[in-house]
Design a protein around this ligand. Structure first.
Ligand code: ADP
Length: 585
């Protein structure tokens, strides 16, 4: 990246950050107005005290003195109200912006393609959407408030002090930069240490996630101790980094305390000397001390802001990075919906590779007429699933084209394309929720009656109503309470509900025992009726009646034809079939 490019990139980032203020402008303005008024009160307080001590008391003007004190009480009541507004609405503003960013990031992740998810780790993505944006809320409101209030207080106090006594102000001019440099350095090392703590915490999170997901495997292998050791390792690293963080924090606080206390001593010492030589009076010295204490607050704030800025922006940068990952598969310009689909599918000279090295599909030609059943068989890893995944555009072919009813799938909208395709896979994912919700996932607008109808078609209705909660039965995060066959039926019911003209059955029954498979086969046969279907089957008995069978191996399409033609040919298919037949005998 060139220097100017870098600059532009940076500018873009800040501009994008600022754009999140836009929807919440009234809240932001209210917050800033209150913050400015607070700063004003803080700057005026020492001057009011000075007036009381310097003018009113010596002149025995007790009436005005108590009036002034009364006014100060009222002003502080108002200030505490303003403080409430700033703390409450300021945080609300930050949280809203954080939620907006999270919403945008989540929506963007939803658009990314399979290829992106192949390369990403779930735990990392979660930490990006959740963890990275944690500090943004703080930065979003503390940033402007703190810089603004601090600037007003520092400049205001400074002006007053110079007019009171420039010599004593000089003391501050010398000490304050030392204080600034010290706090800044310590704050930055605190921020570094806190980043380290976060990365260790992320590791712990990843360990917990993987250990809990794999707890069944761990227990099956009696490897619990190994898991505990692995976890303890990460936990110790976390402990060390957090301990270091507290060390830096202690240094910061001790140092800060020292410098601020010493500052008071120096001011009193120099102020005392100035009084001795008759260059200043006591009231001015007291006012000065009040200003010094007002001064320290904004300095603390400014340095805290630097730290917040660096960690908040780091999170925002990571968000931008993900937001700028373009979905490599998206609607092309001018894409129109795919409507009234008959279900003729054509592969025209399709070549595909995942990584550019190994060509999984090479110059594949296929012609599937609507309502026909095409079976894909062959050794594992041949490319059967890959071929099917090209139809809903989960991946894009390197060359060649795929058409549905003569329309290139690249020219139709992704959502309409996918709405017309139903996929049943070996691995069924059930969302945490009720059975009804899980079936309804096939068509979110379906009525209860339609859900029940679909369940009946998938032959799972009787089971559902036999459970105590019926359709409201909760299925765990991965549908753990259901058997493999039952889960598969739920996924078949989803497709009945969706009613797509094109169907892909990707080893839908391979994980099931033969008996369950036979039962589910009825439901699948019913599902396939009148639809164009592509079936990947492990057990060849289930696809004997297919209109065409294609044998795919590492070389590509090895054989094609009907069952009887291929058996007669006595090639790869016949060998596979006979082998299974022999086993079943
Ligand atoms: P089949 O369905 O015939 O068992 P697949 O289509 O699943 O075969 O896989 C074909 C080849 O592509 C295999 O070599 C497999 O390792 C590879 N492959 C499958 N999915 C991916 C993926 N998401 N990323 C990279 N390579 C993949």
């Amino acid at each position: 990246m060139t220097q100017s490019n870098k600059k532009q990139h940076k500018k873009g980032k800040l501009a994008r950050f600022l754009s999140y203020y836009k929807p919440h402008l009234p809240l932001f303005l209210a917050d800033m107005t209150c913050a400015t008024l607070i700063a004003g009160v803080d700057v005026l307080f020492p001057m009011a005290s000075r007036h009381a001590l310097y003018q009113l008391l010596p002149n025995k003007d007790y009436g005005s003195f108590f009036w002034l004190m009364g006014i100060l009480v009222i002003v502080y009541v108002i200030r505490s109200f303003l403080q409430y507004v700033v703390t409450y609405f300021g945080h609300v503003l930050g949280v809203r912006m954080e939620a907006d960013m999270r919403r945008d990031l989540f929506s963007h992740i939803q658009t990314l393609s399979f290829r992106f998810f192949d390369k990403s780790r779930t735990g990392q993505l979660i930490s990006r959407v959740v963890g990275d944006l944690f500090e943004i809320a703080e930065l979003a409101h503390h940033g402007p408030e703190d810089t603004f209030i601090s600037a007003i207080t520092i400049i205001g106090s400074f002006c007053f002090m110079v007019t009171m006594n420039w010599k004593l102000t000089l003391v501050l001019v010398v000490v304050i930069p030392i204080l600034l440099v010290f706090t800044l350095r310590k704050r930055l090392s605190m921020s570094k240490a806190s980043k380290e703590v976060k990365s260790k915490l992320a590791l712990i999170n990843a360990d917990i996630e993987s250990s809990i997901s794999g707890v069944r495997v761990a227990q099956a292998f009696a490897n619990e101790k190994h898991e505990i050791d692995k976890f303890n390792d990460g936990n110790t690293k976390f402990k060390t980094s957090k301990t270091y963080y507290y060390k830096v924090m202690a240094e910061y606080q001790a140092g800060m305390e020292f410098i601020t206390r010493i500052l008071n001593v120096v001011v009193i010492a120099v102020g005392g000397a100035l009084i001795m030589i008759g260059d200043m009076d006591i009231a001015t010295l007291i006012t000065f001390l009040l200003f010094v204490s007002e001064f320290l607050q904004p300095i603390r704030r400014l340095t805290a802001f630097m730290e917040q800025y660096s960690s908040g922006m780091a999170g925002f940068e990571r968000m931008i990075e993900l937001m700028d990952t373009p979905p490599d598969i998206a609607d092309s310009e001018g894409a129109t919906p795919l409507k009234d689909v008959r279900g003729d599918i054509r592969f025209d000279d399709v070549t595909f590779t995942y990584d550019g090295d190994v060509t999984v599909l090479s110059h594949v030609n296929l012609d599937i007429k609507h309502g026909q059943k095409l079976a894909l068989v062959g050794p594992s890893g041949g490319g059967k699933s890959t071929l099917c995944q090209l139809i809903p555009r989960f991946y894009e072919p390197v060359s060649g084209s795929i058409t549905i009813d003569g329309r290139d799938i690249k020219d139709v909208t992704l959502s309409s394309l996918r709405e017309n395709i139903g996929i049943v896979q070996q691995d069924v994912f059930l969302f945490a929720g009720t059975i009804k919700e899980n079936i309804r996932y096939g068509n979110l607008n379906a009525t209860d009656d339609e859900v029940i109808e679909a369940a009946k078609n998938a032959e799972i209705h009787d089971f559902i109503i036999s459970t105590p909660d019926g359709y409201d039965t909760y299925v765990g995060e991965r549908g753990i309470m259901l058997s493999g066959g039952q889960k598969q039926r739920v996924s078949i019911a989803r497709i009945f509900l969706r009613n797509p003209p094109i169907l892909i059955l990707d080893e839908a029954t391979s994980a099931l025992d033969t008996e369950t498979e036979e039962k589910i086969q009825d439901a699948l046969d019913r599902l396939s009726e009148g639809r164009t279907s592509l079936v990947i089957a492990h057990r060849l008995s289930t696809i004997k009646n297919a209109d065409e069978i294609i044998v795919i191996d590492d070389e590509g399409i090895a054989e094609r034809g009907t069952h009887s033609v291929l058996m007669e040919k006595d090639g790869e298919y016949a060998t596979l079939y006979k082998a299974q037949f022999a086993v079943h005998e």
